[in-house]
Structure formats: C-alpha cells, structure tokens
Design a protein around this ligand. Structure first.
Ligand code: AHR
Length: 317
C-alpha cells in the first residue's frame, strides 16, 4: 500500500474516532452538588438523581459536600470551570450563595435549585424544584393540635430542628408555629437542633430528657432520622415513645414506617425525595431553550401509625 493511501486511511480512522467521541460529548453535562448523606431521605434523593441521569443519558458530575457550605461553593466553582451545561444543587443553608450564583450567571450557566431554597435574588436561578416545607410544618402542627384538642391543661412540646439556617428547618418551624399559635395551651418548651441526623437527634433528646423537669407530651422532629434517634433516647430514659410522648416527624421514609408499625412513632408527614426524573426533564428543557416553571412543588401526604402497615410495601424509599 502506498504511503499516501495509508495516511488517508489513518486520517479517516482518526476522524471516525473523533466523531464517535463527539457524539458522546453531545450528552448534556449536569453538575450536581449534593448536601451529603445525613439522612435516609438524602440517600433516596441521591439514588433518584443518579438513576434518572443514567436513564436520561445525561452526563452527571456529582459532588458530595458532606454537609458543608464551603464544599458546595467549591463544587459549584469547579462546575463553572468545567463549563458544564447546567448546574443543580440542594443548598445546605439558605443564605450565602449570591457571589457564586453571580459567577454562574456571568459564565452563562443556568442553575436549578432542588429540594431547598436560597434567599438570593430569584433571577440568579432558572427554577426551584422541591417540597413546600412550610406546609409540611403546618401538617405536623395540625396533627399535634388534633391530638390534644380536648385536653384542658398545657401541652408541652419538644422540637428537634434540622440544620441551623437551612430552608427546611426555618420553614418547618414557621409552619408548625403558625398552626399551634391558634391554641395557647400548645407550648414549645424546648427547641434544639439535631442537624437532621439520627446521632445528633438522639444526643439532643438525651440532653433535653436529662435537664427537663416538666412532663413532655409531644415531640415534633423536623425529620424522621432525628425522631428515630430521639426514640432511642426516650426508651433509654425508661419511657414509651408513641405513648408517654406522642411523636410526629417529617419525610415518611421506610425507617419511619418501621417505627410506626412498632408503635413508637405516631405520624410522619411525607417529603418526597424522588426528584430525579423531574430534575432531568427540567435540565433537558433548559438546555433546549424552553422555559421551566420558576417553582415546581411536589405533591405530598401524611401517614399515621394506624395505617402504616397497609402502606409500607408500596413505599419506594
Ligand atoms: O431538605 C430535605 C430534608 O433534608 C429532609 O427532610 C431531611 O431528612 C434531609 O436531610
């Protein structure tokens, strides 16, 4: 074979190889900064996002921030440097995002918020997909108000808050307080953070049980993991969770259903973590230049220990 013909074949092969790499590169690149793995909810959320990216053929660059805002900011800056097509993230706290969001805007990269909101100017992101946390707090408040509707004495409530400064902790507190304000007998006597984890929920409840001399009638935990941790603390203190202290929490993860079936958790308010498919649809729309809704709210319900058994099999997380 002549040298020139061999060169032409090599060139054709290189072009073909280049083309196939190019078609691989044509996939949408999504940079996603996850908060961490603090709860059962978060694990389900991560799995949903990874699975939906794979089925949508989206090239997902996933970064775990281990519950630290500085790690999330670093991840967002790295996505900007990588020139990804879209950035999505679940912000650990609500404030402190303006600078990095402006950097993304200046780089022409659209940002979608998932799960949690920020206090930044809404023009800095294209959409926000997630639950209505205030409404979740209201549902928990209504449930507590109903349980003690006919009780004449003061009802002492302990609140375990989520991560300080996070949208769900702020909003779930707000919604709950809004409802119980209608009944002056319902009193939050102690409120402490458990950072959305089982370990810290247990520690916080232990400390409260040790230092509180008043009877605790109800516990409101901002998520199921903290309620599950608190249940252990209540049992170790020689009390019966679900009976001596009524407990309501938020998420409706499998662990909560198991606790309800065991009679230790009275109710859980659903917070749906399966945001992956809707996020990938939004990402595709944004890249195609089509508008997406600024606020996409997830439909949710609630479950009590009376009906837990009939629902547990159909739960997906
Ligand atoms: O932002 C959603 C909350 O974060 C979930 O309720 C909680 O379990 C998680 O850690």
């Amino acid at each position: 074979m002549k040298f020139s013909r061999r060169l032409a074949i090599i060139a054709a092969l290189l072009i073909a190889a280049g083309c196939s790499r190019e078609s691989k590169d044509e996939r949408i690149v999504l940079g996603f900064s996850q908060i961490g793995a603090e709860s059962e909810w978060r694990t389900a959320n991560t799995e949903s996002i990874k699975a939906a990216a794979a089925t949508s053929n989206i090239d997902l660059r996933f970064a775990d921030a281990q519950q630290k805002q500085e790690n999330q900011i670093k991840a967002l800056r790295s996505f900007i440097a990588q020139k990804v097509d879209v950035i999505a993230f679940s912000p650990v706290v609500a404030t402190g995002w303006d600078t990095v969001l402006m950097e993304a805007r200046d780089a022409g990269i659209p940002v979608i918020l998932t799960d949690r909101a920020v206090t930044s100017d809404p023009s800095l992101y294209v959409g926000f997909l997630g639950s209505d946390f205030v409404e979740e707090g209201r549902k928990a408040g209504r449930w507590v108000a109903e349980q003690f509707a006919t009780v004449a004495q003061d009802v002492n409530i302990v609140e375990l808050q989520g991560t300080v400064g996070s949208a769900p902790a702020n909003d779930r507190k707000k919604g709950f307080e809004e409802i119980i304000a209608a009944n002056p007998r319902l009193k939050i006597i102690r409120s402490q953070t458990g950072d959305f984890t089982r370990t810290k929920g247990k520690e916080a409840m232990e400390a409260i049980l040790k230092s509180e001399s008043r009877k605790i009638h109800a516990l409101y935990a901002h998520n199921d993991d903290m309620a599950i941790g608190a249940i252990q603390a209540i049992e170790e203190a020689g009390l019966k969770p679900g009976q001596d202290i009524l407990i309501v929490s938020i998420d409706a993860v499998k662990g909560a259903f198991q606790a309800m079936i065991a009679g230790k958790l009275n109710a859980t308010i659903e917070c749906n973590p399966l945001l992956g498919p809707q996020l990938m649809t939004s990402v595709t729309e944004v890249v195609s230049g089509r508008p997406i809704a600024k606020r996409m709210v997830v439909e949710e319900t609630m479950f009590t220990m009376e009906t837990a058994k009939q629902h547990i099999q159909s739960r997906k997380y």
